[in-house]
Design a binder for this molecule. Structure first.
Ligand SMILES: *Cc1c(COP(=O)(O)O)cnc(C)c1O
Ligand code: SF4
Length: 377
């Protein structure tokens, strides 16, 4: 039944226990990848005096920075927006009491291991717990890392049985970790197994690999993702326009050449992209790479991520700025994943205010309110 027959059992040991041992595929493909505080210091990405503080963070949370992203860092810029996303910060160990190990409430909606079913017509399957890079603000940071392995063959088979038994499931979303760290052979096996379920019409992969390690988006991987009679979507996570390099765009072209639909995901991050010019450039870069901007996520209540978060009012102001500047094609939806597992909701202000007489005031892109009333037959 399962196609993941040679998977080893997953090992849910703490994330940073053993930086390389549980992560052979990624490590082998990327010997230049930085995975320890010492490597970051030796690369000039942190001062030697910071080593002890970074070691304390590394006890708890995994580190990973690929050559493709490392090359984008200007080590002379203390606020470099790429370095900030991947070089640990001692503030990660400061915990706000409102922060949650499971900020978006996946566990409450997980009927079986590795599968989350929150919306009737779509499920998430967490295929792997490893990533090529470890984003410091990750909302799944308590669950991922090189020691955490991947879904066992038996658990993947059970997830497929769950989907097969529920005809209302129209979309299967593969996530993790980063599921494109799997080999093309495994990706092809997963695609074939899911596409064999008649009622699943859409397969979606969530990944950071096209920007984190574009050379790993090989023609073989692109071929493995394609399923001829299904819509296959690749949701690409990127947070700063600098991440959309020529290499990343070429990786995206290898995916679109196979007929895959590309959409974006961005986390709103203080000091990285909480600026209308930066978001404008990022959204245009997505469209130019044939990636439809999909979500701008409000920062989740991930542990130790307070220094990343903006207020909702700041996010709404940024969205008003984007709406005044960008084509609809380039606009993402600003969403909040309501803590506790209540789902994602758009939180851009509706720009619509009842006028008290059955009509509305509608704010135009410049913020000027215009009257509107329904005219019904
Ligand atoms: C975000 C999410 C999805 C996908 O939601 P879309 O809004 O359709 O992108 C599906 N399942 C779960 C559990 C999610 O958190
Ligand atoms: S790539 Fe995704 S899952 Fe991995 S650390 Fe970054 S945000 Fe988390």
């Amino acid at each position: 039944m399962t196609t993941f027959s040679d998977s080893r059992a997953s090992d849910r040991s703490p994330a940073a226990a053993s930086p390389q041992s549980g992560d052979p595929a990624v490590a082998a493909a990327d010997p230049q990848r930085l995975t320890t505080p010492r490597a970051l210091v030796e690369a000039g990405l942190a001062p030697p005096a910071a080593l002890a503080g970074l070691e304390a963070v590394a006890q708890r949370y995994a580190i990973g920075l690929t050559p493709a992203l490392r090359r984008l860092i200007d080590p002379t810029d203390p606020g470099d927006p790429i370095a900030r996303q991947f070089v640990p910060d001692p503030r990660e160990l400061r915990r706000d009491p409102a922060e949650l190990d499971d900020p978006i409430g996946d566990d409450a909606r997980s009927p079986i291991e590795g599968l989350v079913h929150r919306y009737p017509d779509r499920v998430l399957i967490k295929l792997v717990a490893v990533c090529a890079v470890y984003c410091r603000f990750c909302f799944r940071r308590e669950r991922i890392g090189p020691g955490a392995g991947r879904l066992s063959a038996a658990a993947f088979a059970a997830a497929l049985d769950y989907v097969r038994a529920r005809p209302q499931i129209w979309e299967v979303i593969l996530t993790g970790g980063d599921p494109l760290t799997l080999s093309p052979r495994r990706v092809a096996q997963a695609t074939a197994a899911i596409a064999a379920i008649g009622h699943v019409r859409t397969i979606r992969w969530h990944t950071r690999l096209p920007v984190a390690a574009p050379e790993r988006i090989t023609p073989a991987l692109a071929r493995a993702l394609a399923a001829s009679d299904r819509t296959v979507v690749v949701a690409i996570h990127a947070n700063h326009p600098r991440e959309l390099t020529a290499e990343a765009r070429a990786a995206c072209r290898r995916l679109t050449a196979r007929g895959l639909l590309l959409v974006s995901q961005t986390v709103l991050l203080k000091g990285v992209n909480d600026d209308v010019e930066v978001l404008d450039a990022l959204m245009r870069a997505f469209v130019e790479a044939r990636i439809k901007p999909y979500y701008l996520h409000h920062g989740d209540l991930a542990p130790g991520a307070a220094h990343w978060r903006t207020s909702i009012a700041e996010g709404q102001a940024l969205m008003r700025g984007l709406r005044a500047r960008l084509s609809g094609l380039a606009l993402p939806t600003y969403v909040l994943d309501i803590p506790g597992g209540h789902g994602k909701v758009p939180i851009e202000d509706r720009s619509l205010r009842p006028d008290g007489q059955g009509g509305y005031w509608v704010a135009d892109p410049a913020g000027v309110e215009r009257p509107y009333r329904d005219r019904l037959a």
